[in-house]
Design a protein. Sequence first.
Length: 496
Amino acid sequence: MLPLTDHELCATVRAGQRWARERDIPDPVAWADLAHAADVTAAVIQRRSAGELAPARSHSLPLPKGVGGELRGMTVPDPFDDVVFRALVGRAAQAIDESLGDEVASYRLTEAGPGWQVRDYRYATGLRMSELTEAIAAPEFCGLGTLDVRQYYPSIDVTALGEQLVAVGADADVAAAIASYLRSWHELWGVKGVPVGPEASGLLGNLFLVPVDQALRDAGVRFGRYTDDYRLWLDDPDSWPMARDTVIGAVTALGLEVNPKKTRHLRTAHGVVRILSNPDIGELKDMLTADPAGAMAAVLDAFDAEVAQPKPDPTRLRWLLKVLLNRRSDHALTALQGRPELMQADPRLWANYLKVMYAARKLDVDWLLEQATAEPTPETAAVAYHLMGVVSDLRVGREQGRQLRTFATDPDKRWMPVRCAAAEAWGWSADWNVGAATEAALNLGDAQQRRALALTLRRTESGRKVDAALTKLHTTVPECRPAVAWIRSGAHLAAA
């Protein structure tokens, strides 16, 4: 692997903290231990690169796109590997960003170099909505076409990606190192193409479709793009077939396939608004300002109508739930207890809602524990992951804590990220103790699991027993050293 300097690694881990906190499968402490002991983190990575430590396993977690909908396979790499990937891509980040036109809204740099940062996704989403509003209001509006790529990230050809990196000005050695790193994840852990999950993947995803962007420009088609999601602004009612075929041809040349389910021709401004912007939500937003009481009654009616659908619209359900969450309304609890699958629409948002309901003493704790500790399926694994975060707030008793410990340490349980989240929840329970946590962290073989268990030691005040456990972990489990340093410093108390 291309050597990375300690400076690059330290800057990278600090820059990646926001993403570690906000990602769909967030790190339990948002890399606080790695950033606090960045030099120790760098030392662990350098030892792995030198072959002194075994490579960590990369895990996955399926994230549902809606109730009963398609599952997106999220890669959950060991955080040390995520840092390396981010640092490698960071060496090419500026070349990638400079190769993109203004049409691309996602993952745009605000800062280059080892501590690279991108614009917040909310900002990019706002840009797209502004673009949509302006375009359909223009007198020359003649329709809109939408397309995206089927299974985009896993379908990216890594060799072709490396060639594109060089073509846009990235150093050849850097391009080779990025491609080699991606191949190693495929060979070791079966991760295809570019992993879905790490923020660095967003930059590579933007780059790979640059030839499609150029084909559209050459054809005179105006467009906007959010990663692989294209909007084609038509200047002639009859130009859709040409614009569509331009994308299909350029995408096919890259070894990719356009998703026919997402290929649509919206001929009128009314159709664009109806399909892409949920106009009634806009009306409710205005009502919430002008008539809050009347708006809330309308929101409750709209929520009830949405959850009564066999497959509720994820965007609408998400917005309605945010309103209920912001107003601390328990209206959604009855629907959720009758249809727990509603959490598949946005597991993280529902978990935040349940935390608010618990704080308001409106949550059935037994029901929550039953949902969190049920045997996870592909559809419910991400839900279970986020529900474990809610359980962490409960400070459950000894019997329930034993159930969480069993879940966290059972080698036969699927979905390692869920087991790590269960370890975090167990750490808050009355069953947790220093000896059991240390023994599990020493004896279990997975690096992510060991770190999750070691991090539970921050739950208790320092003392002779804790100090001895931290010493043992520092000596025996190098991957736990940043966590040990963080806990010993007491900095974790400020972060809690």
